[in-house]
Unconditional design. Structure first.
Ligand SMILES: [Zn+2]
Length: 164
């Protein structure tokens, strides 16, 4: 097995290229300094929208499909991989606390699916500040009252739990 290359794995590169082709701009291996001195480097970071994308190697991050414990040297790999997974979870929690959306993809996820997941996460978040003027479809910010396309206040009937 090759050494653990932390960055620029093939699935990660493919995802970056695909996103770039779609016109998305991001930072790779962007270091985030979070509360408590925790430093996290998402593989792909959309800093304006605060979307952090990680492409997790099946082995290193213990994918349920391919990350089965290696038979040999289990005494060594077992705890090491568990530590990796625990660190992932702690990092996720720290990112979410800091207002980030965390997207984790297994390296085995097909590229189209990976791109779709990231794009969905990006469209679900609204970049702060004025949207680019060249993008009229991206009407960020509060919904204007003059927009009559949406039915007003579609609130479901109140469920009153206090009624016995
Ligand atoms: Zn896998």
């Amino acid at each position: 097995m090759r050494a653990n290359r932390r960055t620029d794995t093939k699935p990660e590169l493919a995802l970056r290229h695909a996103l770039h082709r779609l016109g998305y701009r991001y930072r790779k291996d962007y270091r985030l300094d979070l509360d408590g001195g925790r430093r996290v480097r998402p593989d792909i970071a959309f800093t304006a929208r605060k979307v952090a994308v990680f492409v997790d190697g099946c082995f290193w991050h213990a994918c349920p499909e391919h990350g089965s414990n290696p038979r040999a040297n289990e005494w060594y790999w077992g705890p090491k991989l568990i530590k990796n997974v625990e660190r992932d979870r702690v990092n996720d929690a720290a990112l979410i606390l800091a207002g980030w959306t965390v997207v984790r993809l297994w390296e085995h996820v097909p590229i189209d699916e990976a791109v779709g997941t990231v794009v969905t996460a990006l469209t679900a978040t609204v970049a702060p500040g004025p949207a680019k003027a060249a993008d009229p479809g991206n009407a960020a910010g509060p919904v204007s009252p003059s927009d009559g396309t949406e039915p007003p206040n579609r609130i479901p009937p109140a469920t009153d739990d206090s009624l016995g």
